[in-house]
Write a protein that binds this ligand. Structure first.
Ligand code: C2E
Ligand code: CA
Ligand code: CA
Length: 447
């Protein structure tokens, strides 16, 4: 059989299945579709070959038949099972889905191996005007939602999630387009200010900005995760590194004192092979001094595969760049672990800084965090400073650098240049931004 004939067979089976779904949707009382995927199947295939994977699929099919005797179990495409149940409501359908999760999460015994492959189950109901194709797509969205949750989950179709997944899809495509045209991505720069009373400008943090022609300004918290999942982060990350280095070098000509440039590295970037080469290439091409580049890595990125991450960090530090932990206090770093990495700086998360002026326990927490960081030889940065009181407290507690709307929101390069020329923060007050409101009172207006 040729590949084309095999494909034709597979497509015919799917068309049959959708035809039956159409009929079930059209029947009085409608139908529920329950789609079952098997978690960690690849893991079994890698270790035991396809025989192992097939044994799991056989076992799951047998269990489904045992749970729902007399019902027909479809396999509309390899490795995914489907139950079409006429005339039930959402509650009953979810009840069935939870039974599938419970029963199929019991480990399977294959040869001498005990295998744990909890399923992810998506559920959708037919409605007026919903045909088989649409019902299948809705159940697929629900199944994808379930897959992204914990191991072994059932999820009912949620149109809001579908909208989000579709939005991610648009973001991903938009990012690819923007890459091709080399347009729409920019950096914004937020000052880091010395907390020794001088108000001296120590450097900037580079923050990615993307202005999509139709979607408008998409926040990095939306597009960075999509870039991570779609493999676009490598290219984007390199662009950000280059741009950050390029600006640092350009600003030497107008700056009285050498500045630093902080760049965020996502967990995926850090984990990918070749990050050391990418950093070296950006430095070589732009002529930036490695000692003035500071790479910010989140706690979560540090928490995975500690030995590999530690080796990477050591190699990056050998290039001469500084590496520190971002958002410290927001996650769950173990303190011993931090020491293990030999980091250069620690950035205390803005959630810890905010509320400092209202909460004595918070002050104590930040004081201890700063003491810990200093003990480990790190430079201490407080981010998210919005009020004079927060500023005073972190300075008093001994933090070295501060960053936040009180000093300035992130700004375009041309505005950052004014800061570079001045070499320090405007005394006391928040910067006035384009529309005349202060950054402090209107953080959403920051770019
Ligand atoms: P982050 O690294 O913690 O960056 C600081 C974020 O806090 C920035 O949001 C900044 O605008 C905001 N911020 C600064 N000062 C204040 C303040 O006083 N109060 C409050 N409430 N917020 C303040 P932004 O630019 O939207 O970035 C959000 C996150 O997106 C960043 O958090 C970072 O995790 C990620 N990100 C941004 N640019 C990049 C990038 O180039 N690469 C990677 N991998 N991630 C990036
Ligand atoms: Ca950061
Ligand atoms: Ca941060």
């Amino acid at each position: 059989m040729t590949a084309a004939v095999r494909r034709y067979e597979a497509i015919r089976l799917q068309a049959d299945f959708i035809g039956r779904l159409d009929a079930a949707c059209a029947a009085p009382g409608g139908a529920a579709l329950i789609l079952v995927g098997i978690g960690r199947l690849d893991f079994v295939n890698w270790n035991l070959g396809f025989d192992g994977g097939n044994a799991i699929l056989d076992a799951v099919a047998a269990r489904l038949e045992a749970i729902f005797p007399g019902r027909s179990i479809d396999e509309p495409w390899p490795g995914k099972f489907a139950l079409v149940v006429p005339g039930i409501d959402a509650r009953e359908a979810m009840h069935m889905a939870h039974r599938v999760v419970a029963q199929c999460s019991v480990p399977h015994v294959v040869g001498r191996a005990n295998l744990f492959n909890p399923p992810y189950v998506g559920v959708a109901l037919s409605a007026r005007g919903v045909g088989g194709g649409q019902l299948l797509q809705n159940a697929l969205f629900a199944m994808e939602d379930a897959r992204r949750q914990t191991l072994g989950a059932a999820q009912f179709y949620d149109p809001a999630h579908k909208t989000r997944i579709e939005f991610d899809f648009r973001i991903e495509n938009g990012m690819r387009e923007s890459f091709e045209t080399g347009d729409h991505f920019r950096l914004a720069f937020q000052p880091l200010v010395a907390l020794d009373g001088s108000g001296r400008l120590a450097g900037f943090e580079a923050l990615a900005r993307w202005n999509h022609p139709e979607l408008g300004l998409v926040p990095p918290e939306r597009f960075i995760p999509v870039a991570e999942r779609s493999g676009l982060i490598q290219g984007l990350g390199n662009f950000i590194l280059w741009e950050a280095c390029r600006h640092l070098v350009a600003w030497d000509a107008i700056s009285a004192a050498p500045l630093t440039m902080s760049v965020n590295l996502s967990a995926v970037q850090l984990a990918a092979p070749g990050i050391e080469e990418a950093v070296e290439e950006a430095l070589d091409t732009t002529g930036a001094d490695p000692r003035r580049i500071k790479l910010e890595v989140t706690e979560t990125a540090l928490a995975s595969d500690i030995d590999t991450v530690a080796r990477k960090i050591a190699r990056l530090r050998r290039i001469g760049v500084a590496i520190g932990v971002d958002d410290f206090g927001a996650g769950y770093s173990s303190l011993g672990q931090l020491d293990h990495f030999g980091l250069d700086f620690m950035k205390i998360d803005k959630k810890l800084i905010q509320g400092l002026d209202a909460d004595a326990r918070r002050v104590e927490l930040v004081r201890l965090t700063i003491a810990l960081g200093k003990h480990l030889g790190m430079e201490l940065v407080a981010e998210g400073i919005e009020t004079e009181a927060q500023h005073r407290i972190v300075a008093h507690l001994g933090a070295d650098l501060g960053q936040g709307y009180l000093f300035s929101p992130p700004m375009p390069a041309r505005d950052a240049e004014d800061w570079v020329r001045a070499g320090k923060a405007a005394p006391g007050a928040a910067q006035t931004i384009a529309d005349g409101t202060t950054a402090r009172s209107n953080p959403s207006a920051s770019m």
